[in-house]
Design a binder for this molecule. Structure first.
Ligand code: KG4
Ligand code: ZN
Length: 419
């Protein structure tokens, strides 16, 4: 597949490394022509959560191999291998790249050797197929963000392209208008016509926020969690039940088993934290503690050392019901109070089938407003959503940061970046 040269759509190479996924995508307009994610989840699983420096090391190791996969997707096997010594990078660029990558173990050498192996003709072809580079610069784990930013700066310098620093949470919002390579429904232009003002619910491992979007790029935070994020609660409850990280999919699978069980006796009753408060904030830490106590009490009562499978299913189901009731109640309040014309939901937790269904029912049967959800593979962290935000900015006339400018040099990871 060759990128369409006559296309007037912006062509973006996007990079995401804010947590434990190393992801690169190449977009032409809203369509991802190439979309790759390498998850480190199994590596971090033995530690029960993400270790920032391990994440950074893994990103550094995997970025060049993933970049080569992206170029293969774009150009097939057409890229010629050169002898290794060519004119792709001049001395001045090498020193920028070396400075950027000096602290990212091995990344300078692997990137330089990879770029040098591309024939000069193909190097120019690649250069001609990219309008800008996009990268997540926050929020997230700083060592992990930092390696992605350095890599993006190195590529921007090598190909002499502008760099778009992107907010990861804006990426989750914009993920609903992406068209991934796996997508069956291409070019749904209607999806880009989001009805503003929109309320956006962001539910991930690090965030739980209700945001009012009056247009793309204009956001006001309406409410947020005062302690743990929803995904974090899923992960912690999974750990209590002896299930691996990330816990969301595990709890969700258990809870689904409850739906098919005929025995409806309710073994556990958990609280719905802050459901009746007058604000749009959430709290999930108390819910996790309630699960801990429920397990302890049940074991004591039955003089047991572990929950039975039936008890685990009942607990997962009750936990998920509590989460859903709170999310629905607060989101409904936010929609009504702000006269929102649509609801957008983004973040890893919206991969959850029961949560998706509950919001479909709310928006269709009760409120009669459009609901925008990302495709399931774009719910958790990916680079396509980062590219989409860059595309929206590009179309809006933003120019990005040019290599060798002060702004470019000063770009840093912002672990606590807000919308
Ligand atoms: O957005 P994301 O990939 O990373 C962050 O930016 O945090 O979200 C990851 C979170 C994890 O906490 C994971 O347990 C949760 O999303 N998650 C789920 C499901 N799939 C992933 N939670 C509930 N149900 C799921 N099916
Ligand atoms: Zn995320």
């Amino acid at each position: 597949m060759n990128p369409d040269k006559s296309s007037t759509q912006p062509r973006i190479l996007a990079i995401e490394t804010s947590c434990d996924e190393t992801a690169l995508s190449y977009l032409v307009g809203l369509e991802a022509k190439s979309h790759h994610i390498h998850s480190q989840a199994s590596l971090h699983a033995e530690h029960g959560g993400v270790i920032p420096n391990l994440a950074k090391r893994e990103h550094a190791k995997n970025l060049v191999p993933i970049l080569s996969l992206v170029f293969k997707d774009i150009f097939g096997n057409e890229i010629q291998q050169a002898s290794g010594d060519n004119n792709n990078i001049d001395g001045a660029t090498i020193s920028i790249v070396e400075t950027e990558l000096s602290r990212a173990e091995g990344l300078f050498n692997s990137l330089l050797s990879y770029i040098r192996l591309i024939s000069h003709q193909d190097f120019l072809k690649i250069k001609d197929s990219i309008d800008a580079i996009a990268v997540t610069y926050g929020p997230g784990l700083e060592p992990a963000l930092w390696v992605g930013i350095s890599f993006a700066k190195a590529l921007a310098a090598i190909f002499d392209k502008p760099l778009f620093p992107i907010n990861h949470m804006e990426g989750h919002i914009a993920s609903v208008i992406a068209e991934s390579v796996e997508s069956e429904q291409k070019n749904e232009i209607s999806k880009t016509k989001i009805e503003f003002p929109a309320v956006s619910l962001l539910i991930s491992g690090g965030h739980t926020e209700l945001v009012l979007a009056t247009s793309w790029h204009e956001y006001t935070i309406l409410g947020h969690t005062v302690d743990d994020a929803v995904g974090e609660a899923y992960d912690k409850v999974a750990r209590i039940l002896g299930l691996p990280y990330p816990g969301g999919p595990e709890i969700s699978k258990l809870a689904q088993l409850a739906q098919s069980q005929t025995d409806t006796e309710k073994i556990f009753a958990l609280p719905r934290p802050m459901i009746h408060t007058n604000d749009l904030n959430f709290s999930f830490s108390g819910l996790k503690t309630a699960v801990l106590y429920a397990v302890r009490d049940r074991l004591k009562e039955n003089n047991a050392t572990d929950l039975t499978q039936e008890e685990k299913i009942a607990l997962a189901s009750e936990f998920e019901s509590a989460v859903i009731e709170v999310l629905i109640s607060k989101t409904k309040k936010a929609l009504l109070e702000n006269g929102a014309h649509s609801l957008i939901i983004g973040g890893g937790v919206i991969a959850n089938t029961a949560i998706r269904k509950a919001f479909e029912t709310l928006t269709t049967n009760e409120l009669d407003i459009p609901l925008y959800l990302p495709e399931k593979n774009l719910s958790t962290d990916n680079a396509t959503m980062i590219g989409i935000v860059a595309i929206l900015q590009y179309i809006n006339g933003k120019t990005g940061l040019m290599p060798a400018t002060l702004e470019f040099e000063n770009l840093k990871a912002e672990g606590n970046l807000k919308l």
